[in-house]
Ligand binder design. Sequence first.
Ligand code: PMP
Length: 388
Amino acid sequence: MFEALKPGQPDPLLALIAAHAADRRADKVDLGVGVYRDAEGRTPVMRAVKAAEHRLAETQETKAYLGPAGNAAFLDAMADLTFGVARPSPERMGALQTPGGTAALRMAAEVVRIADPAARVWLLEPTWPNHPPIFAAAGLSIERIAYAPAPGARPDVAAILDELRDARPGDVVVLQGACHNPTGQDLTGEDWAALAAFLNRRCLVPLIDQAYQGLGDGLDADAAGLRYLAGRVPEMLVTVSCSKNFGLYRERTGGVFVLSEGDGAANAAAAVAREARGMYSMPPDHGAALVAEILNDPDLARTWREELETMRVRLADLRKALAASHPALEPAGTGRGMFALLPINPDGVEALRTRHGIYMPGNGRINIGGLRQETLWQVAEHLGAACL
Ligand code: PMP
């Protein structure tokens, strides 16, 4: 049976990692992989996480099953972190811990499919390349519209609303909460207000993918858009990831929140829990237990917030310096978070790699965290020269 399978396409990002690892040049630069890097180029375990791990090792008394909804203390703390003062009442919100933000998106897709298999999912492109396969895997059909008029340009909400004119009631619109991947260009307060009015008028359901809270303008500022929506739309999905802001990438720590009315939230939560049971049974606990430990302990929470702020400021400073270093890189200055999408074509990307040892995916997305202050001007010169 399996001999008839065709060879799989190599994942371009994994191929990039391998090519970078094999490059012997001492001054090579990795702007590809989407993980935070500190000034030494490392992706360290955060101090608050280490401390919570020590504490957990000492105090945890059992590793018995928790159930498909996962760690309740984690979900409670994440609901506060995500929604803040706009946290919906328990009757209005169902929650499920998931193996990372990826599975949160998949479970959000599953609950949409269970509720209405004919609902379509509207993706604003460019977006995270994993969005289309996740929604397709749940059997939902996907519509793609433009997020911005050009790569790396500011999103144009009037154009987005115009492109959404064919959306049907019950269709889902996927938006990123902050630190847009791959463009770095976020929606403004006015954009969120225009979207909320339109979604309500047309009975569309927003799905907010929140994967970088705290790495843009700060923990509360980065959640302002989704909090605004939460107070105004009757139904909404929110997926969260602790991969970046807690550095818990491989621990697979995330969750999905479903906001609805009447019995909608409780029924949706039961439906996703049932779905999870058949798919992976239960989410891994370790990362979620760490996040709960950190957020429920004032000292650990303070340490974590300070560390996150250091990361955020490093990214913002590098971004500012990058934008100031070459006229072609100026648009990156208006972005937030880890990424910027540079107007470099695949040939330019290839030339940067072969001539200068600068690595990035073919679409020109760079991880700002891969830059270093000491070499920034030199790298920026090459990047700027490669821009169209
Ligand atoms: N959404 C977006 C936009 C992302 O960039 C990512 C990760 N890179 C995720 C969700 C999910 O991340 P994870 O599954 O590692 O939590």
